[in-house]
Design a protein around this ligand. Structure first.
Ligand code: GLN
Length: 537
């Protein structure tokens, strides 16, 4: 019998349900079980592709090119579960499918309703993914907070699955909050009420993860267990860790989360590879030196807009045994000469992330110039690679009007441009190059050294490319093109000559990096930054 775990949240949002679900996935995997992770977002958008990073944080791209919620990024960093469009379920998708079937006449004239039609579609999606992947455990995280109007059909679907499969095969894990009120007193009442709300819906949680500022004492655990009908050993302290989120699996493991889950679901597992996670947490704790890297982008104010890059930098730091400080620089503040030098003073590395639209571009070009001239290690991701090319064309090749046709559609020197065949498509939303594809790295380049192979497979999310009509001139002036699409038609990576370490990539290496295996470019970028830091001392 396939097993299911449903992770819900109570009291308020932003409790770290995604990290809790991912940590549980990592614990089960380290016991040799295979997991499939699903995120349910109760909003009406069909996917996250059209959402502003300001509203919703980063868009996470899967191998098959789905633009999904950033929580899938957590799943990818904590678990080896394969992720595709099907791992992200939204209300919009569910309704779209039910309405499509209704229009086709599939319901044979019946009245189409939330129960059973919407709930059946929800269950079908959850059941079919676990079955298709043939995994031991499907972990489903339900976004939002219990009690929200939007999530009711999903919770009804969960209730039905637990009933259909029995609690021996389907488990409810609830993440709740123990707030501190004035005077420092901890309060369990919101958690009691949140469990009560869940029970009114017909779901009795089996495991409770209590978010709390410092470790919960035994007395409180017993009190909560008593009020919520949850076994004492299943009430866990999910206290704040002031180290790294990668210590959270260690915290849960110490309290036996994987043990109680396996016991309750009747999962027998002999393996135990948990040591790798402990090593990650220990490396972080024992690191003393700190490198500082600047990230120059335009969505800087919102903490989650470059989530996967932030995390990948941490992975790179762990791989080099150092700590990392990320200096977030708003590219719009770097518009006049001298500002970039000042804002970037003292950093050991400069990273320009992906982005869309014209705003903030001049500041990014300035930042790239500073990195090139001052020989500061540079990593350019997607737009960051395009900026590297534009900056080179302007300041080294000597074409001051060099630009991207994204910003100057009729410009005279668009070194970054749409492919001919895309020009007509753009008005209909354009064709974005999305998802996993292969690049061929040229031997002897930094990208080849990083990946240790000529075959590099990473995910894309962009429309514009290096303009082939400028390729020769750019190359003749010294710019290195270090990777191409397998047909040699498109540039995938650029490097500066006579520079300690600089790589711009058209793809997004941040979507495949994890703490157990840092993305090779982040590892090497950080190694170059560490070298610069040490030589400056
Ligand atoms: N706006 C650029 C393009 O569409 C870069 C996209 C990105 O950085 N993800 O090509």
């Amino acid at each position: 019998m396939r097993k299911y775990i449903f992770v819900t949240g109570g009291v308020c949002s932003s409790l770290g349900k995604g990290i809790a679900a991912s940590s549980l996935g990592s614990l089960l995997e380290s016991r040799g079980l295979s997991v499939c992770m699903i995120k349910i977002d109760p909003y009406l958008n069909v996917d996250a592709g059209t959402m502003s990073p300001y509203q919703h944080g980063e868009v996470f791209v899967t191998d098959d090119g789905a633009e999904t919620d950033l929580d899938l990024g957590n799943y990818a960093r904590f678990t080896g579960s394969s992720l595709s469009a099907a791992n992200s379920i939204t209300t919009g998708q569910v309704y779209q499918e039910v309405i499509r079937k209704e229009r086709k006449g599939d319901y044979l004239g019946k009245c189409v309703q939330v129960v059973p039609h919407i709930t059946d579609e929800i269950k079908r999606r959850i059941y079919s993914l676990g079955e298709k992947e043939g995994v031991d455990v499907t972990i489903v995280e339900i976004g939002g907070t219990v009690g929200d109007i939007e999530s009711i059909p999903f919770l009804e679907g969960v209730r039905q699955i637990i009933h259909e499969r029995s609690r021996r095969n389907a488990l409810s894990v609830h993440v709740s909050l123990i707030p501190t009120v004035t005077g420092g007193e901890l309060k369990t009442k919101p958690t009691q009420h949140s469990v009560k709300t869940l029970r009114e819906i017909g779901i009795q949680p089996d495991v409770l993860l209590c978010r709390i500022s410092s470790e919960m004492d035994d007395g409180m655990k017993r009190k909560i267990a008593n009020f919520t009908n949850i076994d004492y050993e299943c009430v866990l302290s999910a206290h704040d860790v002031n180290t790294t989120i990668y210590e959270i699996p260690v915290v849960y493991r110490a309290q036996g989360l994987d043990r109680v889950v396996c016991e309750r679901l009747g999962l027998e597992c002999e393996n135990d590879h948990f040591r790798a996670w402990r090593t990650v947490a220990d490396t972080w704790k024992s690191s003393i030196e700190e490198v500082e890297v600047a990230m120059v982008g335009k969505y800087i104010e919102l903490a989650d807009s470059y989530k996967s890059i932030d995390e990948s930098l941490v992975h790179g730091a762990i791989a080099n045994g150092v700590r990392i400080k990320i200096r977030k620089v708003d590219s719009e503040s770097l518009n006049t000469a001298g500002q970039a030098e000042k804002a970037l003073d003292g950093v050991d590395g400069i990273l320009i992330p992906g982005g869309f639209g014209e705003r903030g571009i001049p500041g990014m070009i300035e930042a790239a110039r500073v990195a090139r001239e001052k020989k500061i290690p540079y990593l350019g991701i997607c737009l960051g690679m395009q900026i590297q090319v534009i900056e080179w064309a302007r300041n080294v090749l000597g074409v001051p009007e060099a630009n991207s046709s994204e910003f100057t559609p009729d410009g005279p020197a668009n070194v970054i441009a749409l492919l001919e065949e895309q020009v007509d498509v753009i008005q209909y939303g354009g064709t974005m190059r999305l998802g996993l594809s292969q690049s061929i790295a040229i031997e002897g380049t930094l990208i080849h050294a990083a990946y240790g192979t000529t075959s590099v497979k990473e995910r894309h999310r962009h429309r514009y490319e290096v303009n082939n009509s400028f390729r020769e001139r750019l190359q003749e002036s010294g710019l290195i093109f270090s990777a191409f699409t397998p047909d040699g038609q498109l540039v995938e990576s650029t490097e500066w000559p006579t520079h300690p370490w600089s790589v711009g990539v058209q793809f997004h290496p941040e979507f495949t990096s994890s703490p157990l295996k840092a993305g090779p470019l982040f590892r090497d970028f950080l190694a170059a930054a560490v070298e610069r830091m040490k030589s400056a001392v």
